[in-house]
Design a protein around this ligand. Structure first.
Ligand code: FAD
Length: 569
């Protein structure tokens, strides 16, 4: 029997997740108010955690040759007219200042002969960002943030009135203690969720996914359980990447300007653009790639056969800053460079940094739960925010937190029953005698989602009848997984990751059922509703937990975002 050893701590600001947004939030908070106590609770180790663990080679949201207004238009247009313009505008106004901040931290940003950053597109510049995460981590520590690594947070705590978030409960894997954290404000920065669909690589390579495999959506799950509202889960994000090693195609296509061709050498992307008379949207580039497979003219490649030796070496070097595994592939035989690099779609993810699935927030990054803020990939409504957008959101959240705390002194009184119930819930897998393990539950989850909820082997498409089966199977899996067992702190974390993913999959399926149209090809393809339906679905699909059930509803696109019921199915 596991003996609970409980540690208690208090802080002014609890940041859950010390990744991109979390570290920067700590830096902002301590810069603006050095005497504020800031605690960053991190599941892994902040030196190399989350999306930035391997490094990056571009700042994807920097307005090199465009304005914040054009950025808003671009994002909304690329997202088929559904996105929160208020959130995107507030990000756009801060992007370039965020780039300057990482420049100051020492992240190398190459410049041209005129001293300007090197643009890859009007909204993207080159960065040599292999070391960006250790630099952010160092700055957060130097500013005086308290950081506890290997301490995943599993649940939020509400005050005695049951309305305001005033802390969280974590489990320190190194000490084996459950940690109750009381906090005057809580900022969630745990990123999006991978591992909901079956990964494209098998066996030991299953964690070679595009999205960080350890971002299991904990923040989304704990927020939802506590009653926070979520938005747009059905707009899944699917990355178009190089096959197997899963490196970015932007580095190839934008970096080398080489064509994307089908198996017969036809430049299908260029041809589609010529046919439509415009640039393709992000999801169309994926959709037309999948179409080549469906027509029997796949797989597809980036044709790099015309790169000379110097350009090829340049490509290898560019990749070294963020995807070292493809450099091994490219240098397999230095005497005989690769001429074609295969591209394919990843498994779908829930993500608010490239896509817009996440917490429903206001402009100050407040969630619908008082005392709880969200920034970065965990926050919904504003796609294409990337690193600089995550930083901007962290700054906006911190500004509001500081202002609120200067006026209010929240009551951190939590009922002892609530604390003890939450602690028991967290350690339950350590005491369970159930015979289901997290690997079994995860395999089952990924099989259900892959086959019934539009996984990559289904060309990302699904339908009402399949989704209804997914709903039934997931409910059953959720019930059976309640007594999931774990031996030790690491397995406990994996068990919670799996339980969180099952909950998020259930929410996702409800969102996919609710949006009866195909708006974002591949991200949300309904075979039974193959067209876009502006009349009924120019809306956000949102959800929240109500009496232990997932309640789904619509919100209008413009402030004050009126709530509307879904039509009966
Ligand atoms: C492969 C890849 C390439 C990208 N390339 C670019 C690029 O070139 N340019 C660009 O601008 N953007 C790029 N992006 C986007 C950008 O990296 C992300 O939008 C951004 O890093 C997300 O920041 P975040 O803080 O929301 O999440 P993360 O940085 O992932 O941070 C989440 C943190 O939360 C921690 N955590 C998770 N669960 C818990 C828990 N239960 N308790 C405590 N801590 C927890 C994680 O360990 C992690 O440290 C890329 C993203 C990916 C995945």
């Amino acid at each position: 029997m596991h003996q609970d050893t409980i540690e208690e701590t208090k802080t002014d600001l609890l940041i859950i997740g010390g990744g991109t947004a979390g570290c920067m939030a700590g830096i902002f908070a301590k810069t603006k108010k050095p005497d504020l106590d800031v605690l960053i609770a991190e599941k892994a180790h902040i030196n190399r955690s989350g999306c930035l663990a391997m490094g990056l080679n571009a700042v994807n949201a920097h307005l090199a040759d465009t304005s914040p207004e054009e950025y808003v238009d671009y994002v909304v247009g690329d997202n088929y007219d559904i996105a929160r313009t208020d959130l995107i505008r507030s990000i756009g106004e801060r992007l370039n200042r965020m780039t300057a901040m990482i420049d100051d931290l020492g992240v190398p940003l190459p410049r041209d002969e005129n001293g300007s950053y090197i643009a890859r597109s009007p909204r993207s510049i080159v960065m040599l960002g292999e070391h960006i995460k250790p630099l952010l981590a160092r700055a957060a520590l130097d500013k005086g943030c308290r950081v506890v690594n290997r301490m995943p947070v599993y649940r939020l705590l509400l005050d005695s009135s049951g309305t305001r978030v005033c802390g969280a409960v974590a489990y320190n894997i190194r000490t084996g203690k459950t940690v109750v954290i009381r906090a005057r404000a809580v900022l969630i920065c745990t990123g999006g969720a991978s591992g909901i669909y079956r990964p494209s690589n098998p066996g030991l390579a299953r964690t070679k996914t595009w999205y960080c495999p350890y971002n299991a959506g904990a923040g989304l799950a704990m927020g939802f359980r506590a009653g926070a509202e979520m938005t747009s889960f059905e707009m899944r994000f699917v990355a178009l990447r190089t096959k197997d090693v899963i490196a970015p195609t932007g580095t190839l296509v934008l970096g080398t300007r080489m064509p994307q061709c089908n198996a017969r050498g036809e430049p299908y992307i260029k041809n589609k653009q010529a046919m439509l008379g415009r640039k393709l949207t992000t999801c169309e580039r994926l959709y037309f790639t999948i179409e080549e497979h469906r027509k029997g003219t796949g797989p597809c490649y980036v044709d790099v056969s015309s790169l000379d030796a110097e350009q090829y070496t340049g490509l290898v070097k560019n990749y070294l800053n963020m995807a070292p595994s493809i450099t091994l592939h490219l240098l397999e035989n230095p005497a005989k460079p690769h001429t074609h690099i295969e591209v394919c779609g990843s498994e779908p993810y829930i993500n608010g940094g490239h896509g817009m699935a996440g917490f429903w927030i206001d402009e100050s990054r407040r969630t619908t739960l008082p005392g709880l803020y969200a920034a970065g990939d965990v926050a919904g409504g504003a796609p294409k925010k990337y690193i600089t957008g995550c930083f901007a959101e962290a700054e906006m959240a911190v500004e509001d937190i500081l202002e609120t705390l200067s006026k209010e002194n929240p009551d951190l009184d939590i009922s002892p029953e609530s604390v003890s119930r939450t602690v028991s819930e967290i350690v339950a897998p350590l005491n369970s005698e159930g015979d289901i393990t997290f690997t079994e539950a995860e395999d089952r989850l990924q099989k259900i989602m892959e086959e019934y909820a539009g996984g990559s082997t289904q060309n990302y498409a699904t339908s009402r009848d399949k989704l209804l089966l997914a709903r039934t199977y997931l409910t059953d899996l959720s019930d059976r997984s309640q007594d999931i067992s774990a031996a030790g702190g690491h397995e406990l974390m994996r068990a919670h990751d799996t339980l969180d993913r099952i909950l998020l999959a259930r929410i996702l399926v409800e969102h996919m059922l609710a949006r009866r149209e195909t708006r974002w090809p591949c991200y949300h393809t309904r075979l039974d509703y193959p067209m876009r339906n502006d009349l009924e679905y120019s809306v956000f699909i949102n959800s929240r937990m109500s009496d232990d059930t997932i309640e789904v509803f619509k919100r209008s696109l413009e402030p004050p975002f009126a709530e509307m019921p879904l039509e009966a199915s």
